[in-house]
Design a protein around this ligand. Structure first.
Ligand code: GTP
Ligand code: MG
Length: 339
């Protein structure tokens, strides 16, 4: 392409309404060349095209604030050391309520140890929280059913109240829909597509406390949890490097099975079945949204403890080849491992 000479250059402006191109006069009333929006164009663009063309150097990238897809996680992980938390469980087990309750507790300053320090996905949190808030018109707070069958992530950053000068902690949290869960149980292909689970710092399986408390539904949901873990082991997604935490949700409904020893028997059945296949199985209890909250089991019961557990980095699998690159980002380490 022939180069334009200085004589061929045209006065131009980034502001669409500016008459500088037509009349040589600056919209701001300045000497055109001293205006920050002014530039010389090579005269090849039509007026319409010139109006549309942004100055790349001045572009500021705005985030829509919705959920992040897997390929977008670099927005967070390239900027900050981040822990990836994947929350699995069948429909209604309380996965989304865990996420929305964590966000709500930060908003109202309910955590003793942590302050909210930002989120790239605030809109994603807000839209999930909507149903649980007054404007949605619900008498009883509730959470929308998760629609997407893909992994979508919500980001949250928070600081230790005791140590505000230290960098914030960053978590990427994902829940999968009940439909996705069922597909993975019933299809090896669908399970294999969930290979991102291998990269999670913390892998969490929620067992629905409401169904556990019901003796007619209890065996079925424990069996489905066993089927899910077995299929993940059979397809190589879980192995002896995998640590999984089984969380009993809706603890407000579990008093009877805690007192009669049933809960301990369920824990033991998981350990007996999977201790040879996995690195560890841990257990927690939560009541993200007890009905009703009480002094003993308030709103968000157990969530602060979960956050403090999720801050820990997991022990990386032994690598056979080469040396580990000096990076705190597990995503990079993992891609190196497989690369
Ligand atoms: N009693 C009680 N109910 C709860 C608690 N936490 C959540 N729930 C209720 O459990 C129901 C299901 O919660 P969700 O968070 O939508 O479940 P989910 O696992 O995301 O479900 P899907 O999106 O369909 O996969 C909702 O009606 C919640 O209000 C709790 O701590 N106690
Ligand atoms: Mg959900």
């Amino acid at each position: 392409m022939p180069e334009t000479t200085d004589d061929e250059k045209l006065k131009s402006c980034e502001q669409t309404d500016c008459p500088v191109r037509a009349s040589g006069k600056c919209l701001e009333g300045l000497e055109p060349e001293s205006c920050s929006h002014f530039y010389w164009s090579d005269g090849e663009e039509s007026e319409g095209e010139q109006d549309k063309k942004p100055d790349q150097n001045n572009l500021i990238r705005l985030f829509p604030g919705t959920e992040l897809h897997t390929k977008e996680l670099g927005i967070v992980t390239y900027e900050h050391p981040t822990n990836l938390i994947i929350i699995i469980g069948e429909s209604f087990s309380g996965k989304s309520t865990v996420l929305t309750s964590i966000f709500d507790m930060f908003q109202v300053g309910k955590f003793k140890q942590f302050y909210f320090a930002g989120s790239y996905t605030q809109y994603g949190f807000e839209s999930r929280c909507h149903l649980s808030r007054a404007p949605s018109g619900l008498v009883e707070p509730d959470t929308a059913h998760t629609q997407s069958i893909e992994f979508n992530f919500l980001h949250i950053a928070f600081k230790d109240k005791e140590n505000l000068s230290r960098d914030a902690h960053h978590l990427l949290l994902s829940d999968i829909s009940g439909e996705r869960f069922n597909m993975a149980i019933n299809s090896a292909t669908m399970m294999t597509e969930m290979s991102l689970m291998k990269e999670a710092e913390h892998l969490v399986y929620l067992l629905d406390g409401e169904k556990l408390a019901d003796k007619f539904q209890r065996n079925a949901i424990v069996t489905r949890a066993n089927q899910f873990i077995s299929r993940a082991v059979d397809n190589g997604l879980f192995d002896t490097d995998t640590e999984i935490t089984i969380i009993f949700t809706k603890y407000d409904l579990l008093t009877d099975i805690v007192n009669d020893g049933t809960l301990e028997k369920i824990k033991k059945s998981f350990v007996d079945r999977f201790e040879a296949n996995l690195s560890a199985i841990k257990f927690e209890v939560i009541a993200a949204r007890p009905k009703p909250p009480t002094a003993d089991i308030p709103f968000g019961f157990g969530l602060e403890h979960l956050l403090s557990v999720w801050l820990n980095k997991r022990k990386l699998p032994e690598l056979n080849v080469g040396t580990i690159p000096s990076s705190e980002r597990y995503f990079e380490l993992y891609s190196y491992h497989n690369g």
